[in-house]
Design a protein around this ligand. Structure first.
Ligand code: MN
Length: 459
């Protein structure tokens, strides 16, 4: 983005939080096993949004009278030896539309001056221990006190601003989706009995790396799709397995894509797999069709839940009235999570800011199993980018527990459900933009119908 974009974003933030000073803290390197061997660097997303500069140890102060200062490490002769020539701090500041810059080791003193002058310092909640410690040091407080000083006003302003994606931001997400599309094309030939999950994961990561892109999160590539956050790739794929692949990459400016497909290892779905898959696909399509400004994402979640309940009833897995089944939460035995989340610079966009992102002020999350995991419940607005990712899972431990408790016996046929132990899970996920009239699925279509998936696998 050009300097004017970052200047305009900070001006909008300043207008929403007019009093006091605002601190935007960049990310520091994270050691892997010793200091000089760090994890790949990922800049803080708020910093990327308001400043753009993508290197460690930066901070920006927005001062009460409109002054903006970029703090960063001064370049030393040793840096030139180890890291080669880099833009100077002043050039970084100029690229962000910031006129002043200063050595990062003077930041603490500037904050102390502000505090002494009675100026309120707005900062966002830290999500890593090193950020908590850095804030504690900068504020001259104990780490446990840092949380109490978080600015709710700043959190709400950032959420309002980052929730609405500009055309340029949507283009970044679609850029990431183009790489995702290629990643899936690379995966198909490797989804075969006898191959390992890690071969698929490696081929997909290889595509991202070949484009010089990071993956936006640790991908799930597993025949045990019912294990929701499964990050191991050590299974051998067998005839009759379903491989669940949930992966994403980042665009050039670190905007994320997030796509899930479920692939039959044999190349063709068996009859039961096809019925379950179709129930999930129908739910995803129904939710996308209903997505428009003013509709809440909770309503979309319920539309998807009812649609899948209809499918499960047709298969004899559920029974009774589908609206009633969904309102009491019986479907959550199979559809255990929420429909989706915001997508942007973070794959779960702004999740570090908590439920201020997904829930209107004053509205609490449901405590009903299933609905409690709905990350986004608020009314949709033009410019939101969200994921739509319903799924059905057969989780042995959960089925056993509910059956033992006699839970929702009016709506669930446990004898039938027991026959699906070992089935795994199906999830289908796309990224959509809410438009003035409805919604648009972003990116080049990735095979999704039963016929398309089987054709892609050569089944
Ligand atoms: Mn997702």
């Amino acid at each position: 983005m050009n300097p004017e974009t970052y200047t305009a974003r900070r001006a909008a933030l300043r207008a929403a939080v007019p009093e006091g000073a605002i601190l935007l803290l960049g990310q520091q390197e994270t050691p892997r096993n010793y200091l000089a061997n760090p994890y790949p660097f990922r800049q803080d997303s708020h910093f990327l949004y308001f400043v753009g500069a993508d290197l460690p140890d930066l901070a920006v102060l927005l001062l009460p009278h409109g002054e903006e200062v970029l703090f960063g490490p001064p370049q030393t002769p040793d840096d030139l030896v180890w890291h080669g020539p880099h833009p100077l701090l002043g050039d970084r500041a100029a690229a962000a539309g910031i006129s002043l810059h200063a050595p990062v080791d003077t930041l603490g003193a500037r904050i102390a001056d502000l505090t002494a002058a009675g100026v309120r310092l707005h900062y966002l909640p830290p999500y890593r221990a090193d950020r908590t410690l850095r804030l504690a040091e900068l504020l001259g407080q104990r780490p446990v006190a840092v949380g109490e000083g978080v600015s709710g006003e700043l959190v709400r302003a950032v959420v309002r601003q980052r929730s609405i994606k500009s055309d340029a931001e949507v283009a970044q997400i679609e850029d990431a989706l183009a790489v995702s599309h290629e990643m899936y094309l690379a995966a198909y030939p490797l989804v075969r009995p006898g191959r390992r999950e890690s071969e698929v994961a490696g081929a997909m990561q290889g595509v991202a790396l070949a484009h010089d892109r990071a993956q936006s999160f640790l991908p799930i590539v597993s025949v045990r799709g019912e294990v929701l956050h499964n990050n191991s790739y050590d299974n051998v794929m067998r005839e009759g397995d379903l491989l669940l692949v949930d992966s994403g990459t980042e665009g050039p400016l670190c905007y994320a894509s997030d796509i899930t497909r479920t692939l039959p290892v044999s190349g063709r779905f068996d009859p039961v797999q096809r019925e379950i898959y179709q129930a999930v696909l129908d739910a995803q399509l129904a939710a996308i069709a209903a997505a428009r400004p003013g509709v809440t994402n909770r309503e979309l979640h319920i539309i998807a839940a009812r649609q899948m309940t209809r499918g499960l009833r047709a298969m004899g897995l559920m029974k009774g009235d589908e609206e009633e089944a969904v309102s009491v939460g019986a479907h959550a035995l199979f559809y255990v999570h929420g429909l989706g989340h915001m997508l942007g610079l973070d794959v779960h966009d702004m999740e570090d800011l908590g439920d201020a992102v997904g829930y209107p002020e004053g509205e609490k999350r449901s405590d009903q199993f299933g609905m409690a995991f709905l990350r986004l419940a608020r009314p949709l607005e033009p410019g939101f980018v969200i994921t739509v990712e319903p799924g059905l899972y057969f989780i042995p431990a959960l089925m056993e527990r509910w059956e033992a408790e006699g839970k929702h016996v009016d709506f669930i046929d446990y004898a039938r459900a027991r026959q699906l132990v070992g089935f795994g899970g199906v999830r289908i996920e796309d990224d959509i933009l809410i438009t003035a009239e409805g919604s648009r699925v972003l990116g080049e279509p990735i095979p999704k119908t039963v016929q398309e998936v089987e054709a892609a696998l050569g089944g």
